[in-house]
Design a protein around this ligand. Sequence first.
Ligand code: NI
Ligand code: MN
Length: 226
Amino acid sequence: MRLTYHGHSCFVVETAKARLILDPFLSDNPNAKIKAADVRCDYVLVSHGHEDHSCDALEIAKRCDATIVANFEITEYFAAKGAKTHGMNPGGGFNFPFGRVKLTLAHHTSSVEAGLHPIYLGVPCGLLIQADGKTLYHAGDTALFMDMQLIGRAGIDVALLPIGDNFTMGPEDAVTALDFLKPKFAVPIHYNTWPIIAQDPAAFAALAARSAHTVRVMQPGETIDV
Ligand code: NI
Ligand code: MN
């Protein structure tokens, strides 16, 4: 399983059988080195409705003939706009040709078209992806919650965890999340995109190391093999 980080919460995941993009946010992402038009993929996984996780989903899915995988309300929203979709809900898993995806709990909100009349798109989720013998957990946007202990039972190789604070967990809660999830290593996400979520990822790594957790800070554009 090969992971490329594109800043914020966006990753391209290459498995033996398919290419996935998680939380596509490229064209308006100040830290991304590519645009939505540069992506090739077979599946588009969206953790929740907010535009900083979903805004390039429709364009990429239509151009690549890729399937959007998300909670039921998000997939209905994109299906109405002409995308190929696969709706799920928290606690449910499905065996795709490339591997298994399970939607997990996340504590956050989920809407699009913010303003006077936002459209609420179901509950926010995390993404638990098993492919090529590896298990990846993308926490989406979330607060710390005790049930992360249950998610950790999957035996996580890499956990992608928000540390930005304000909208999600901050660094201290993310370290407690690592106590619950027990991944082989974690990659911090959802920080430094805007001043309101400014964080020092090296300081987070040092804090996590004090509790014997391994953190790998990825730069936008960087690729690692898990
Ligand atoms: Ni959000
Ligand atoms: Mn977000």
